[in-house]
Design a protein around this ligand. Structure first.
Ligand code: SAH
Ligand code: SF4
Ligand code: F3S
Length: 464
């Protein structure tokens, strides 16, 4: 006898009433876009939309875009070209397909997107997502809508918060945006223009959202901000709080097992935050602290406003507070004027810090940033050659870090089923994926394991 399979989500959607529209969101770029995509989906679900993973059945397709490097931005236009054909086919079948561009390309290019991509109905910047349902209504009357006003406070008070949802839907880890925007104006970077100036979400809103997520089964929270350690707020008595204080407060939520935060700027790592790393066991010993370059001359030209030595001294203090902490970073090679000696200084800094993980990029000239005006742009071939050398060093550090975990005993948080039946994937304190035998019913729990092997990107473990 064959058993009737459980109703799959796809089947359930196919049977949904005809007036239920479906939205497909494609997310590019950073974790904040991932968070925003979920909030937009939540806002649209109040408007009768269900999310779908299958683009071909969507009535609305949103591209949540990234403008950080030229390649990232160009990807959007090639995707829009393909969508134009899809929209034509749909029109010939008499079926609606609406297309929206959101995120940082929307903010940076606005109207220009309508000119270059005739298929687009709405363009909405990251600060106006709460007005998306309204914009879609207008677009349905035949108008093409561009909404890229800055209204960050509005966004946080009007966008639905991450709501309580069962672990199975939400996963055991979640992002929570606590701060958005950036006032640092590094000379290579578009973020201060696409995300606006720094705004912190109020403490009460963050605590509410965190409790909701934990009630829904989330065990690990990652606080997000372009410059997350610039977060500040007031407690109920009107006292000034910093990110360190916020972490202490969040650590008191019953049921929450782990805390992380990203991304930090070296200039905003204050004493309180370093103490949080010393005191809070649930604050994971992993810190993403981008430095971009190891050359003081280049750091100055980048307007990072610290030296390589400042950064190294800071890392020493953090390691003193939390000796098992692992560092991760971002690097740019080929910033205008970078000489071989400047690049060697970056290599030297990397050797000194010894990173567990890192992201490295060739400098990409971004229109509207001060870097674009600089003479002495570095040749593409030189950039490629430097990137290769830097990545060889960074990867060797990453593999060595993974290897150094073999034989260690620690807790992992079980996150999802593994590739093979009977296997699960958990997360180490240092953000590595760990393969272990187990039953899907255990997802969401912490288990103690011994590491038996290491690959380039993941670990293998046995329970103890
Ligand atoms: N707010 C974070 C990073 C934001 S962007 C911070 O301050 O560290 C993520 C990374 O992209 C940056 O750290 C940088 O390494 C890289 N990046 C940003 N602009 C770039 C550009 N124009 N060219 C190449 N890489 C860039
Ligand atoms: Fe960009 Fe610098 Fe701000 Fe980071 S700190 S988002 S790199 S301007
Ligand atoms: Fe990209 Fe915008 Fe994030 S430019 S990296 S999506 S803040």
């Amino acid at each position: 006898m064959t058993e009737q399979p459980a109703l799959s989500p796809a089947k359930a959607q196919a049977d949904a009433p005809a007036n239920t529209r479906k939205v497909f969101v494609k997310t590019y770029g950073c974790q904040m876009n991932v968070y925003d995509s979920d909030r937009m989906t939540d806002a649209l679900s109040r408007d009768g939309y269900t999310a779908t993973e299958d683009m071909s059945e969507a009535d609305l397709i949103l591209l949540n875009t990234c403008h950080i490097r030229e390649k990232a931005a160009e990807k959007v236009y090639s995707a829009l070209g393909r969508l134009r054909d899809m929209k034509k086919t749909r029109a010939s079948q008499g079926r609606e397909l609406m297309i929206g561009v959101t995120g940082c390309v929307a903010q940076a290019e606005g109207e220009e997107i309508l000119r270059r991509a005739p298929a687009v109905d709405v363009v909405i910047g990251p600060q106006t997502y709460h007005r998306l349902p309204e914009a879609l209504k207008r677009a349905r009357t035949g108008q093409r809508v561009v909404d890229t006003e800055y209204a960050l406070e509005d966004k946080f008070s009007h966008l639905p918060q991450a709501e309580k949802a069962k672990t199975r839907q939400r996963g055991v880890t979640a992002f929570l945006t606590v701060q958005e925007g950036c006032d640092k104006f590094c000379t290579f970077c578009v973020v201060p223009y696409t995300r606006g100036s720094e705004v912190s979400r109020p403490l009460a809103q963050i605590l509410d959202e965190a409790r909701n997520l934990v009630d829904g089964g989330v065990r690990e929270l990652t606080l997000l901000g372009q410059n997350v350690n610039a977060w500040h707020g007031l407690d109920a008595d009107g006292r000034e709080l910093s990110l360190g204080d916020l972490l202490y407060r969040l650590s008191e939520i019953p049921g929450l097992a782990r805390l992380r935060y990203t991304t930090s700027h070296p200039r905003d790592m204050d004493e309180r935050l370093i103490h949080a790393h010393r005191d809070l066991r649930m604050l994971m010993p992993y810190l993403h602290l981008p430095v971009q370059s190891g050359s003081d001359r280049i750091l100055k030209a980048m307007n990072r406003r610290h030296t390589a030595d400042d950064y190294l001294a800071l890392i020493r203090r953090i390691r003193e507070a939390r000796p098992d902490i692992a560092l991760s970073g971002d690097f740019i090679v080929g910033f205008p004027g970078e000489t071989e000696a400047d690049f060697e200084a970056t290599m030297a800094l990397v050797r000194e810090v010894n990173y567990a993980q890192a992201f490295s990029f060739k400098y990409s000239t971004r229109p509207g940033t001060p870097g674009a005006e600089l003479e002495d742009q570095v040749d593409e071939a030189v950039k490629s050659e430097r990137l290769e050398r830097l990545q060889a060093l960074l990867f060797s550090q990453q593999y060595a870090f993974n290897d150094s975990r073999v034989g260690m005993v620690f807790d992992i948080l079980l996150e999802k089923p593994g590739r093979l039946e009977g296997q699960l994937i958990g997360r180490s304190p240092w953000l590595q994926s760990v393969n272990v035998d187990g039953d899907p019913a255990e997802i969401g729990s912490l288990i103690r394991v011994r590491i038996t092997g290491a690959g380039n990107n993941s670990l293998f473990a046995e329970r103890i």
